[in-house]
Design a protein around this ligand. Structure first.
Ligand code: FES
Length: 129
């Protein structure tokens, strides 16, 4: 099972193939997912310190590009737990003015994923040498 490490050193194991956003939420991280995991809102964004996947869904790429965030952050609703990762969840209920995280994302990635190569990001070039 992949090991997920948070910047505060908290660690947990996630079932292989689980959506990262759900693995975080199910382990007590109050990460936002305001669009319900459809790659629309970007509130589920995380910053990678280690273990950033080298592929991404086309929907994630398009959304991050549109928001000027490509290469900076990743969308946890578009990532499957397939290897060890160290991440920083960015938007949380406890540090926002919203009352809840948003609708629970489905167990499978939505929209139906089309996988493409992820562009080189700061975390991969700096931390994954
Ligand atoms: S983009 Fe909205 S929950 Fe991921």
């Amino acid at each position: 099972m992949p090991e997920i490490t948070l910047k505060d050193d908290r660690q947990f194991h996630a079932p292989s193939g689980k959506r990262l956003v759900l693995a975080l939420e199910d382990n007590g991280v109050d990460i936002l997912h305001r669009c319900g995991g459809h790659a629309k809102c970007t509130t589920c964004r995380v910053q990678f310190i280690r273990g950033e996947p080298t592929c991404m869904t086309e929907a994630e790429k398009e959304r991050l590009e549109a928001r000027g965030l490509l290469g900076e952050v990743r969308l946890s609703c578009q990532i499957l737990c397939e290897s060890d990762m160290t991440i920083v969840p960015i938007n949380r209920v406890s540090s926002s003015d919203v009352e809840d995280a948003g609708p629970r994302p489905a167990d499978s990635i939505t929209p139906n994923p089309v996988w493409v190569d992820a562009p080189a990001s700061r975390s991969r070039t700096v931390h994954n040498t």
